[in-house]
Design a protein around this ligand. Sequence first.
Ligand code: 6PG
Length: 245
Amino acid sequence: MKEMTIITEPDEVSLAHRGAAIFSRIAAERLALRGRFVVALSGGSTPRPMHRMLCEEPYFSTIPWSRTHIFWVDERCVPADDLASNYGAARADLLDRVPVLPDQVHPMPMDFSPEEAAAAYQEELVRFFQSPPSKIPVFDLIILGIGTDGHTASLFPGQSALREQKRLVVPVRGGDPLVDRLTMTLPLLNNAGEIVFLVSGKKKAPILKSIIEGASVQYPAQMIRPVHGNLTWLLDREAASQRHG
Ligand code: 6PG
């Protein structure tokens, strides 16, 4: 890992602003360096205010929308118009409101069995990144959240997906809602250039303390350790309330 940074904002609105500012900074840096920006979004409720802010100034016009590609770290196997769909939520909050073309948006496929859909998404990643079989794609930015059980993406405690070394995307079942899901695996997530965890609210305070301060690795979120990239924990004061210092 290059660097780990912990940022604490006063509340969830300032957390969303800070997240949007980081998103727009990394997008501009990657555009200058590589001519495009490739991001993987998380589901759940925490990133939603940030997604809505990205459609507004001062962020909107700083983001190279026509050179941006959007993927998902995980998805619940439900139709896009289901309230539980991570893609559906991001479409309403963000994608329908910014100038991105359909071929820049890469939702996890829902029209196959979970096993087939995971393989199809992996193929899409390999095609998009043009990665040789031995190379793991490198996302410019991956946004993650945590659950009160210490999960991240759809990597749940005790499940075999945590041990996956070869596949980039696997099917799992778990979480709330308890449905079939697809998730990116640790080798892919940990290969990103920048990983940003967004964590908000009192409910997350105990698990956040255990994840950040715990002496041993007990939770999936602790297994996020970018191999070459940076890790940022972006918290609000309530989420950070049980931490020392
Ligand atoms: C999902 C997620 C998941 C999420 C956390 C936090 O699809 O369920 O990607 O890992 O980030 O469960 O969710 P909240 O933001 O809703 O608390």
